[in-house]
Write a protein that binds this ligand. Structure first.
Ligand code: MG
Length: 112
């Protein structure tokens, strides 16, 4: 199986286009686990940043929480790319608008 994997871009298409549905299904399940793990690592980095500050450097580490969160987000994006995720500009903009609306709501209720 490993010899079929040439790189992240080829992995899923090789399995899916060759009709190796079991292989594709296994790869999908594996990548879904990777996505979940990276999401959990992002959550951990976020909670560390909330507890200790975004610029804090944890003893024994070289990078601050911002850089470590950035690393985890890149890990997630890398796995999402393998899974076939394609960003949708409209959905991204819509989400940003909703976040801005919730910031205004937070301000209006004194939670800002
Ligand atoms: Mg990671």
């Amino acid at each position: 199986m490993a010899d079929k994997i040439k790189g992240p871009d080829d992995t899923l298409s090789t399995f899916r286009l060759s009709g190796l549905q079991d292989e594709a299904s296994r790869l999908d399940r594996h990548l879904l686990s990777c996505i979940a793990e990276e999401c959990a690592e992002i959550i951990q980095r976020i909670t560390k940043a909330q507890r200790f500050g975004i610029e804090e450097v944890q003893p024994g580490h070289d990078l601050n929480n911002r850089a470590r969160l950035n690393q985890e987000i890149n890990d997630l994006i890398g796995v999402l790319d393998m899974f076939g995720f394609v960003p949708d500009d409209k959905q991204l903009k819509d989400k940003q608008l909703r976040v801005m609306e919730y910031i205004e709501h937070a301000k209006s209720v004194g939670a800002w």
